[in-house]
Design a protein around this ligand. Structure first.
Ligand SMILES: [Zn+2]
Length: 321
């Protein structure tokens, strides 16, 4: 009996961690968390890793600012979601193309105490065996705090290479010199925090920021493309290799957007243009059959889009273990 108790109290033997068989992105460290918050896939010659930065609890009303409360309530009920608060998933992506390691957005960071469950990306990147020192390029879809905040964490700032290239649309950098919030619907302190975070990001990285106009090929098969909409300089990332495609759509789409692409989001600086961009990207994805990953779709968000009458249908892929 005593032996049994002591066995039970002994530290559990580490079971061997099976390396992913479908990518070789250097997953050398065992997972630190019970629920793995990374999902790896191979797209032609590209290695792709989606990492969850965590979740951001926000009032549900932000997801549908131009609809009757009853319509939003019905949508939430239909999806078994609570009425008051929605936990926005927040996803970051890493791509390896040849000798380039490209980070797409960087999560919220740690400076916003109201969101203790987000800001996880730096440690989760490390747990995936990818060092910040190895990142050659960063693509910023737009300069909202949940996309650039992670770049302002001290440990991230110090470990990123001095020659890292940070790609942002020229229109985005220009917008944040005098941002217009007149069409947004945000809780009170948010516009000020968004403005100050974007300014801090620009000031911190101004020497390393490379702006582009319409699109820019960051590495073979990795193109960042200006769409506007959510913010004037909002961009998506198109991956293409050996005929396979994946789009990182940033904040062009949210969970409600498939069934209701016209529903406006409180964080959209130009809601009507945002809806046009959203529909255009949905149509592209439905036509190409390419994969979709987006910042605020449920992790890992790897999915496809189908046309469904006047709207669209979200089709998550089956996890490929
Ligand atoms: Zn966002």
């Amino acid at each position: 009996m005593n032996q049994m108790v002591s066995n039970m109290q002994a530290p559990a033997k580490k079971s061997p961690i099976k390396r992913d068989t479908h990518t070789d992105m250097g997953l050398v460290n065992p997972p630190q968390e019970l629920v793995p918050s990374r999902y790896a896939l191979r797209l032609g010659q590209l290695d792709v890793l989606v990492i969850s930065d965590g979740v951001l609890p926000l009032p549900t009303t932000i997801m549908a600012t131009n609809v009757a409360p009853a319509d939003l309530a019905t949508w939430l009920d239909d999806h078994f979601l609570p009425q008051e608060t929605y936990d926005w998933p927040l996803n970051v992506m890493v791509v390896r193309s040849g000798d380039k390691i490209i980070l797409v957005d960087a999560g919220l960071g740690g400076q916003f105490s109201g969101f203790p469950r987000a800001g996880q990306f730096p440690q989760r990147l490390q747990a995936a065996g990818i060092s910040l020192e190895s990142v050659t390029d960063v693509i910023v879809t737009h300069m909202h705090m949940d996309h650039v905040g992670g770049l302002l964490v001290d440990d991230v700032k110090h470990r990123l290479r001095a020659d890292v290239r940070i790609h942002v649309a020229d229109a985005e950098v220009k917008f944040w010199t005098s941002p217009d919030f007149s069409h947004t619907v945000m809780p009170k302190p948010v516009p000020d925090v968004l403005r100050s975070t974007a300014t801090s990001f620009y000031n911190e990285y101004r020497d390393r920021i490379r702006v582009f106009d319409d699109q820019y090929e960051v590495a073979p098969g990795v193109v960042v493309r200006h769409t506007g909409g959510h913010t004037p300089g909002h961009s998506v990332v198109d991956l293409e290799s050996d005929g396979e495609r994946l789009m990182f759509a940033g904040d062009a789409m949210f969970p409600v957007g498939f069934e209701h692409p016209e529903w406006q989001n409180g964080f959209e600086h130009d809601p009507e243009e945002s809806a046009r961009v959203r529909v255009g990207l949905f149509q592209e994805l439905a036509a190409s059959g390419g994969l979709l990953v987006a910042s605020h779709l449920p992790f890992p968000s790897v999915s496809r889009v189908a046309v469904d009458g006047d709207a669209f249908r979200w089709v998550p892929v089956i996890w490929d273990y």
